[in-house]
Design a protein around this ligand. Sequence first.
Ligand code: NAD
Ligand code: UDP
Ligand code: UDP
Length: 338
Amino acid sequence: SSYRRPGSDPFFSRGSGRVPAGIGRRRSRIVVTGGAGFVGSHLVDKLIARGDDVIVIDNFFTGRKENVMHHFGNPRFELVRHDVVEPILLEVDQIYHLACPASPVHYKYNPTNVMGTLNMLGLAKRIGAKFLLTSTSEVYGDPLEHPQKETYWGHVNPIGVRSCYDEGKRTAETLTMDYHRGAGVEVRIARIFNTYGPRMCLDDGRVVSNFVAQAIRKQPLTVYGDGKQTRSFQYVSDLVNGLMALMEGEHVGPFNLGNPGEFTMLELAQVVKETIDSSARIEFRPNTADDPHKRKPDISKAKDLLNWEPRVSLREGLPLMVTDFQNRILNEDEGKGN
Ligand code: NAD
Ligand code: UDP
Ligand code: UDP
């Protein structure tokens, strides 16, 4: 194909970015869109620790400078305030595309999934970079197949309140495969299941952050509906390992990346009580429209082809986010002059 490759700086690997790990591994230049967000910032930590050069592109829609501040002053780290809905010119080896208004509170308003993904694919095509899309389990909608395999096409309402997110990601997957087939871009697709950990947005309405913050603030845990709907919760370090294995591996995907341990929201509330405050009360609230009844990844494909599986259980992972939440809630209270 005829697309241009970046210049000839011998320090950096080129094109496929397929570089051997360990001693003698060449530094890659990597863009992480949404790198100031929850998942992105943990990915950045790991890439910097591995010795790579990292450029974060973020418009701070839901992300925070605080998540990456510890890299300021490191010459291998760069933070660019930019909205991926606008074109950008860069020269890199790999693009991890995470930018997305990811929470129910924010995702209704934004064309990032379509326009942002198109721009990052255009960038990947021009410079011959490898492109990884962080898609979501939401592409399966309210699934009629359980657990969900990558071969399942999903059960999604195209005009519902969640459609901007799930249909947006489905379109992003389509664009990714079109650029792969049509323009020869080397692509990877991850379908991420519910993930939690330190630096998660405090007030974006996700169930884990809600329950943990509520328990710390001594407020009742709000269970929506009857609380019998299920989700599978993955600790963020497991996800980051999965994303990197996918990027460095040989397979396009899509791959489910999630923890198959399945919990009802009532069970989750119980684990949060055991972890933070056994006296916390539960309060039932009406559920949102189109809420999927159950969700659990089948991860056999990632196990077989990426040699990846999660290692951190919910009971091990939840305590690891409590101190971070406590500190941030304390700072917030101090900010309010309480
Ligand atoms: P997050 O909100 O913490 O991170 C998203 C980041 O993207 C934020 O820093 C935000 O400021 C940035 N962003 C949003 N729109 C942008 C734009 N137009 N231009 C530049 N930056 C923009 O969310 P997260 O949980 O870290 O999610 C990261 C990715 O993983 C998202 O693509 C999300 O859809 C996907 N994902 C996450 C989960 C999960 O449980 N956390 C589950 C499924 C998929
Ligand atoms: N693009 C970008 N940076 C680049 C190359 C492309 O932001 O280095 C954007 C470009 O502005 C366009 C999108 O990516 O909106 C798709 O680019 P492509 O070249 O595939 O499509 P075309 O511009 O030919 O329609
Ligand atoms: N949920 C809940 N209490 C809350 C927030 C969410 O019971 O305070 C429920 C929500 O109705 C859904 C599940 O928890 O059934 C997971 O919601 P979340 O928004 O975290 O993730 P998603 O629905 O995207 O999987």
